[in-house]
Design a protein around this ligand. Structure first.
Ligand SMILES: N[C@H](C=O)CCC(=O)O
Length: 460
């Protein structure tokens, strides 16, 4: 397999995006690195977008791109879907406010819908992001079990806080044996004490996972995982069944982080596909209809420990004689259950209920086309994923099952292809996963495959 030595792709990218370059120089004087979320950065500077419409993004230089990032998968109806725009407008006009600061009807409407699609969620709470959702899920596990360690899998991402910002993308040489990985913090400023409370597990390795969970069972409150790693590497069914069984046996809560997979790989997420009921689920991205949103749901007895009606809480100055703040699990937020966001989310779900199948069909066409184009150049590549997310993995392995397998793939070639694709008008942050929307149709798929063909012909 040939590896491209010098990046022609980056050179062409720079030629095509002079205004983004100029903008990034200025924005670096305002925001560290020129970005307000590290994930938005890539070398030598990210493309600065100015408009979005349907499946397309338009940058400062007037270049048009078919967008496969879709804001890290959040926009499952594409950019500016008219029905979502209308729902947002209607909510603001009809209800006359952006925020009630009280319970309101859309909270229950959304909850009813989500609980119907995710039967494991017997009670739910709203948050303002997927990160906040996993944070609450972990606190619930601590509060319910009275244990204060959490286990996560190597290579899985659950948000940017200390407990889970561990071994997301570690250097394999530093990360210990594959069947007993050690925790590596992924940021400066992570409190080493908190990092030590996180136990790292090997994905899709049931035997080793059971051994580690058994060792820590008395201290572990929960196991959190992306049932589909990074949104694209699926757990084996046996692994998932075994994990559910052992967590039940050991009194450890099973937490599904379905922020990426919820409403993307099926309406009912990975849990629907695997037929597994986790104890707690975190949702985000798609269900916010493009706005910041998260949902945590789970077993009634677990969720109900946050009910202020049962106990007292930090905001209750009367502090009942019979209980104190520690008896209730604190969860609050001024913007939780934001009506405009709920309106956008509900409309998104309604559209997906009729259109999700076509997104899956189109995703399959694109995946197949990409693999065929690689094969025509005798390059071994796979398009790994379920539903409307996948990743292009250039590898000699027959199967990619976890983080360590993924690290053996040819990232250098994939990256070079991605820069050339950007030049050809396909928007994909280099090395990231593909997400499709209801508005990615035949035109966009054909255009993408033509771009791939052009790039592969150029490189090989
Ligand atoms: N919220 C994350 C970054 O800030 C998104 C991670 C991902 O979707 O890959």
């Amino acid at each position: 397999m040939s590896v491209v030595k010098e990046s022609e792709g980056i050179k062409e990218y720079i030629k095509k995006t002079p205004k983004s370059k100029e903008f990034s120089e200025k924005s670096s004087l305002i925001m560290p690195g020129g970005v307000t979320a590290n994930i938005k950065f890539f070398e030598p500077y990210p493309i600065v977008m100015e408009k979005g419409k349907g499946a397309y993004l338009f940058d400062l230089d007037g270049n048009e791109y078919v967008d496969y990032m879709l804001s890290y998968g959040a926009l499952k109806l594409g950019h500016g879907h008219p029905k979502v725009l209308q729902a947002v407008q209607n909510q603001l006009q009809d209800e006359g406010t952006m925020l009630f600061g009280t319970p309101h009807k859309l909270e229950v409407e959304m909850g009813t819908k989500v609980m119907e699609l995710y039967p494991s969620m017997e009670r739910i709470r709203y948050t303002n992001s997927g990160t906040e959702a996993t944070l609450l899920a972990i606190r619930l596990a601590y509060g319910y079990t009275g244990k204060y360690k959490i286990a996560k899998f190597e290579g899985h991402y659950h948000g940017g806080y200390d407990q889970v910002l561990q071994s997301v993308n570690p250097k394999v040489n530093d990360a210990g044996p594959a069947n007993n990985p050690i925790g590596i913090s992924e940021s400066r400023g992570v409190d080493p004490y908190i990092a030590e409370q996180t136990i790292i597990l090997p994905f899709n390795n049931l035997e080793a996972t059971i051994e580690i969970l058994t060792k820590w069972k008395d201290e572990l409150a929960g196991v959190i995982l992306e049932p589909i790693q990074g949104g694209f590497i699926p757990a084996d069914q046996d692994f998932m069944d075994g994990l559910r069984k052992v967590t039940e046996e050991l009194g450890i809560l099973l937490i599904f982080d379905e922020v990426k997979t919820g409403f993307r790989i099926s309406m009912g997420g990975a849990q629907q596909i695997y037929g597994i009921k986790p104890d707690i689920t975190a949702l985000g991205k798609v269900v916010g209809g493009g706005f910041p949103f998260g949902i945590v749901g789970g077993k009634k007895e677990v969720m109900d420990i946050s009910a202020p009606s049962a106990f007292s809480d930090v905001f209750d100055s009367s502090q009942s004689k019979h209980s104190n703040a520690q008896d209730v699990l604190f969860h609050s937020g001024t913007y939780n259950g934001h009506p405009t966001i709920l309106a956008a989310g509900l409309e998104t779900i309604a559209v997906l209920e009729t259109e999700i199948a076509s997104v899956f069909e189109n995703t399959e066409k694109l995946k197949k086309g990409i693999v065929e184009l690689f094969a025509s150049k005798s390059i071994r590549a796979q398009t790994i994923g379920i539903g409307s997310i996948f990743n292009v993995v250039i590898t000699d392995l027959d199967e990619v099952k976890n983080y360590r397998d993924l690290q053996q793939s040819n990232f250098a070639l994939r990256k070079e292809i991605d820069y050339h694709l950007l030049v050809e008008g396909i928007y994909m942050k280099p090395l990231n996963r593909y997400s499709l929307s209801t508005v990615h149709g035949e035109t966009e798929i054909n255009r993408t495959l033509e771009a791939y063909e052009t790039v592969l012909n150029k490189l090989f």
